[in-house]
Design a protein around this ligand. Structure first.
Ligand SMILES: Cc1cc2nc3c(=O)[nH]c(=O)nc-3n(C[C@H](O)[C@H](O)[C@H](O)COP(=O)(O)O)c2cc1C
Length: 139
């Protein structure tokens, strides 16, 4: 059974390129092996990540990620059964998120992932991808 999970968190310390590439490297290696795919949005002091795959695999990975000391205040926003993966070609795609982005301003003016509904947060991610915001893609 496939599921999709979305959470939000706050990085501990600045998001440097070293932190990002270390996380991405591990993600790509492990996610490929577990057949997990998804998107990691970062910027403006938050991470938002979509994970999709077999339920047990996504649950296991989420437990590992939750206890990663590189972020805090990890909060589950959405979890649902899916028929097929939305991001099946991406082991983990990195997307830049900025509240000052004109699109974010226009379509999600009050956006705060900690108070948004899971569906609104997911919509923002879909909008960012549709607007060509991905800055790095790895498969
Ligand atoms: C915001 C964030 C997102 C992460 N996403 C993933 C991920 O998608 N896949 C993954 O394997 N590890 C991810 N990690 C890293 C894990 O917490 C953990 O460090 C890693 O899985 C350990 O892998 P290793 O045992 O191969 O070194 C993430 C960490 C953070 C802080």
């Amino acid at each position: 059974m496939l599921i999709q999970l979305l959470y939000v968190s706050q990085p501990v310390g600045p998001i440097t390129t070293t932190v990002t590439s270390t996380i991405l490297e591990a993600s790509i290696k492990n996610n490929k092996f577990q057949d997990v795919t998804g998107v990691l949005c970062q910027g403006d002091g938050i991470y938002m990540q979509v994970l999709e795959g077999e339920r047990s695999k996504v649950n296991d990975l989420y437990s590992v990620i939750r206890s990663d000391p590189r972020h805090k205040n990890v909060e589950l926003l959405l979890i649902e059964d899916i028929v097929q993966k939305k991001y099946k070609e991406w082991s983990m795609k990195l997307v830049h998120l900025s509240k000052n982005d004109p699109m974010v301003h226009m379509h999600h003016p009050e956006f705060d992932p900690y108070s948004a509904t899971g569906k609104d947060a997911m919509k923002l991610i879909e909008d960012l991808i549709a607007m060509g915001k991905p800055i790095l893609s790895n498969s």
